[in-house]
Write a protein that binds this ligand. Structure first.
Ligand SMILES: Cc1cc2nc3c(=O)[nH]c(=O)nc-3n(C[C@H](O)[C@H](O)[C@H](O)COP(=O)(O)OP(=O)(O)OC[C@H]3O[C@@H](n4cnc5c(N)ncnc54)[C@H](O)[C@@H]3O)c2cc1C
Length: 436
């Protein structure tokens, strides 16, 4: 059997682990157009901030590929899939045969059409190579930078640069930062916190021109204002790398569409990770969920499916986390309800940078924003995943001092729902806390 995996990141690497758990002998080819051994993108901003070194980016042991006897083709692009011939054509003109193929091609940054966007010193933050270019600017004495976009990547980049002593301005088209990830009140708390630490946020405006000789020197906003910048980081979201799939006739919408066994509309071709459009358990709709844990889970399941294990992927509960200086944020599930019949409860203490929001649908917890106090996010994640009626708990969630021990009776009263090991662990840790 020949397995071929395109993309050597969260989804691709985890698929290899699943395949090798059941098939020690067959060939596995792994193709990556990045010329690096696999690394975690999630840590790139910490690398830039100077909190980690390149060595920390590896998420599997260094000998992982060797031990799993993987034929790793790095620095080459998969250019076409020849479905009938069961081959993948690579940019170096070689061909890789496959019986089962996994598309784990991820996503790439959205690059807005702005005059001057191609200038040196204008980069997204997606790859290690991007991070190295940005690092080069910092080392060359960078003083000022503009971050385009106030999403998670934009804010992570701004934080990293500020940590390195760079004066940063974040330009955000929306009325508030993190508009896809959290709501306006919590975003205002985060913004106030960042501004106290020297990161300036300009909302409801956009960059219309990037100018400079060869390198970027300044940007012009749509309100006519000009800002000096030795570096511009683009954080405008991502687009799935779905072209290979599209060319071969696989069904896609925003991303590749998959069946419950992670197979695409073409037999023996599977897909996982950021390139996939998957079912969001909390919103009840399919959407792109470009998140590391989602890619890991899908990669693992796709690998199992490729070795003919029975797999039924139900969907995703989106989860995001962000730490900026000492302020931590976790969001789980649906944070900005868009339909009727949702109810919302909030506890906020702006002075202490605390915010807890809970979103309910027919008395089920479907989402939460936890800002400032994130330690016990696990229990909310479990309640969301279980889709259980939490009407008796709602008031407890928004008490000033949130007492987790008050949830113990609820778990004990519902042993048929909370039967997995993870609930016993949660219960034990809650009981310990309660007793002490
Ligand atoms: C700076 C940063 C911070 C992040 N932080 C978080 C976080 O805190 N939490 C979180 O959940 N998520 C985070 N993410 C998102 C997370 O990294 C992605 O969800 C995850 O990497 C997706 O994994 P993947 O395997 O689907 O694809 P990717 O990681 O995108 O990897 C796909 C690989 O396939 C390669 N490829 C594509 N097409 C081809 C081709 N034709 N031939 C050969 N190779 C190809 C790509 O170059 C890439 O190397 C962050 C992302 C970034 C950039």
């Amino acid at each position: 059997m020949n397995y071929c995996i395109i993309g050597a990141s969260a989804a691709g690497i985890n698929a290899i682990e699943s395949i090798r758990a059941y098939d020690k002998k067959s060939n596995i080819a792994l193709i990556s157009d990045e010329d690096f051994s696999p690394y975690s993108r999630c840590l790139l901003s910490y690398l830039l901030a100077g909190s980690l070194t390149k060595e920390h980016l590896h998420f599997k042991p260094k000998d992982f590929l060797e031990k799993n006897r993987v034929n790793f083709q790095r620095g080459v692009k998969a250019e076409r899939i020849l479905y009938k011939e069961r081959k993948v054509l690579l940019s170096d003109k070689s061909q890789i045969p496959f019986d089962k193929l996994l598309l784990a091609t991820g996503a790439r940054p959205k690059i807005p059409r702005i005059p001057g966007i191609e200038k040196r010193g204008v980069y997204p933050l997606r790859t290690l190579s991007d991070a190295q270019k940005i690092e080069g600017c910092i080392k060359a004495g960078l003083e000022t930078a503009v971050v385009l976009g106030g999403g998670l990547i934009g804010m992570r980049s701004a934080y990293a640069l500020a940590k390195r002593g760079v004066k940063v301005k974040v330009v955000v088209k929306s009325p508030h930062i993190l508009s896809q990830a959290i709501d306006q009140p919590s975003a205002e708390i985060v913004q106030g916190y960042l501004e106290k630490r020297g990161i300036e946020v300009l909302t409801k405006t956009d960059v219309i021109e990037i100018s400079g000789q060869e390198r970027v020197e300044e940007v012009t906003l749509d309100n006519g204002k000009r800002i000096k910048a030795g570096l511009v980081i683009i954080g405008k979201g991502v687009v799935p790398n779905s072209e290979l799939a599209e060319e071969v006739g696989i069904k896609i919408r925003e991303g590749i569409l998959i069946e419950k066994n992670l197979e695409t509309s073409l037999k023996d071709i599977f897909a996982a990770g950021d390139v996939v459009e998957s079912f969001d358990l909390t919103s009840g709709e399919t959407s792109l969920n470009p998140l590391w844990p989602v890619a890991v889970e899908q990669g693992k399941l796709a690998g199992l499916s490729m070795v003919n294990k029975s797999v039924e992927y139900q969907g995703t509960v989106p989860m995001n986390s962000l730490t900026l200086f000492n302020l931590s944020l976790i969001t789980i599930g649906l944070v900005n309800p868009f339909k009727e019949n949702y109810s919302v409860m909030v506890y906020a203490d702006k002075k202490k940078y605390l915010y807890r929001k809970f979103i309910f649908y027919r008395n089920r917890l479907v989402g939460t924003i936890l800002l400032g106090e994130i330690e016990k996010a696990g229990i909310f994640s479990l309640l969301i995943r279980k889709m259980v009626d939490v009407s008796s708990l709602k008031e407890i969630f928004i008490e000033k001092e949130f007492n987790y021990a008050k949830i113990i009776p609820f778990i004990l009263d519902n042993p048929e729902i909370f039967k997995e090991k993870e609930f016993n662990d949660t219960l034990l840790s809650l009981q310990k806390e309660f007793v002490s």
